[in-house]
Unconditional design. Structure first.
Length: 189
């Protein structure tokens, strides 16, 4: 989990910086998603050794952060639609390939633990979403590189935002169930 946290924190900085430089909503969205992942890993690490209610609350916090991120990405897509430049396709591809390699590694590391407790499942869901987003950014970068049309980046940015919101919903539902189970196992004094 510490490795996942460190890798995601580094990739957050790399992707957001590259996204700003390359004018890519997709890269910025993916970088912000890396920040949400790093936060989720930190929350999951804080939950180790804690009770099931704390873990369910940790997953709820992770899901809420992911939901806010998804909404923020959609707002940025609208902003860039009305005032953005064509992104640099080659940079999008190069940075997204590195991010894909990082996320595939983290997904493999977390895959062994994904059936564990709710806060661990949340981190696995985050990483799974990142792999899909990385592939989408690579495809968008190829399309932008070949056509010089910025809308491919906006479409991918919007798709990432919508997908992130879907994943947040999944985490929040799972956390709600875990919280209900934790409440039902607590015996009143």
């Amino acid at each position: 989990m510490w490795i996942a946290l460190a890798l995601n924190a580094v990739m957050f900085v790399v992707e957001v910086a590259a996204g700003v430089w390359a004018n890519s909503t997709g890269l910025i969205a993916d970088g912000l998603d890396m920040l949400a992942d790093a936060t989720a890993y930190g929350i999951a690490l804080a939950a180790v050794g804690r009770g099931s209610r704390f873990k369910a609350n940790a997953a709820t916090l992770s899901g809420t952060l992911l939901l806010l991120l998804g909404i923020g990405v959609l707002v940025d897509v609208v902003r860039r639609y009305y005032g953005g430049e064509t992104p640099e396709g080659a940079w999008m591809i190069g940075v997204a390939v590195i991010a894909l390699a990082v996320n595939a590694t983290v997904l493999r590391l977390l895959g062994k633990q994904r059936q564990d407790e709710v806060h661990i499942r949340a981190t696995w869901v985050f990483t799974r979403a990142d792999v899909v987003a990385n592939i989408a950014v690579i495809l968008s970068g190829i399309a932008v590189l070949l056509t010089d049309i910025r809308y491919f980046d906006l479409i991918v940015g919007a798709a990432i935002g919508i997908y992130v919101i879907k994943e947040a919903r999944e985490i929040l539902i799972d956390a709600k169930q875990a919280r209900a189970e934790a409440s039902s196992t607590i015996t009143p004094r």
